[in-house]
Design a protein around this ligand. Sequence first.
Ligand code: PHE
Length: 341
Amino acid sequence: MKNQINKIKELALKEISKARNLADLEKLRVKYLGRKSELTNVLRGVKDLSKNERKEVGEMANKLRGEIESGIKNQELRIKELEFSGIEEKEKIDVTYPGRKIQKGHLHPLTQVRYEIEEIFKSMGFLTVEGREVEDEFHNFDALNIPKNHPARDLWDTFWLKDGNLLRTHTSPMQVRFMKENKPPFRIIIPGRVFRYEASDATHESNFYHVEGLMVDKKEKITVANLKSTIACFMKNLFGEKTKLRLRPSYFPFVEPGFESDVTCPYCGGKGCRICKGTGWIELGGSGMVNQKVFTSVGFPEDKYEGFAFGFGLDRIAMIKYGVDDVRLFYGGDLRFLEQF
Ligand code: PHE
């Protein structure tokens, strides 16, 4: 019996000292102290021994029990210590290390330019309104003095929808919608997406953006001078104080007289360069005094009001502002391009 106890002791203490994790240690506890363990068995047999032996063996077995218990406890501490030793090396944090930058998105360059334009016009008292991208023939053409079969319709290559509606070819239809709802005086701009049925190249896309402007008041209050000073003020704000505006006679059925509006190239200041193709001028879009026929089509009395309107290419403005020479870059979604803004 004593031999047996000594053997258990030797084996148990050796195995316990080798345990490397708490799960193994728990297994050993069951093995050496559990109800079915050898030691428990020995203790159970003690009562059958002679009186002398009973005392001696009983003491030995109980002592071993205590030794095994404390052995396990000590090993448990050692295992926990081991787990944490080296943790400062393993989980070292260098608080002086520069932080990792969180990648933030930003507004698309066209949206940035649009907001900038809205701010400029807001400072001049213009309200920003939006129209609809799917329009009907009446608002896109007829109400703007472009009747069916009139050759002026050929100025706009239109995407027709199967239901007879169309994708608006310009933001001008919103002039009509706004005037049907509001009486002069007012000044608005209408930024928005427009569509033309044309092949895309460096300066053309079938989907692009316009900024329309419309200011209407009593007849004696508005002249071409207002048109010119408003557009010039806008251009100077956008491209710099030195920018000059030039109006050339042009034709749009919904204005009379109508103009093509050019600005001096902000890159060469009008001397001629790659951006302005050597001319010193960059064309931004149409403008003119609202044709009285448009007023009557929205139910205004003839000759009571006067107004001016303009429609500029927002993409064109962005191209000039950022020196971008291919409009398709704005729609390509290439991050190498977009991240430059
Ligand atoms: N809507 C015209 C276009 O599509 C531009 C324009 C707007 C011209 C307002 C004159 C007045 O080209």
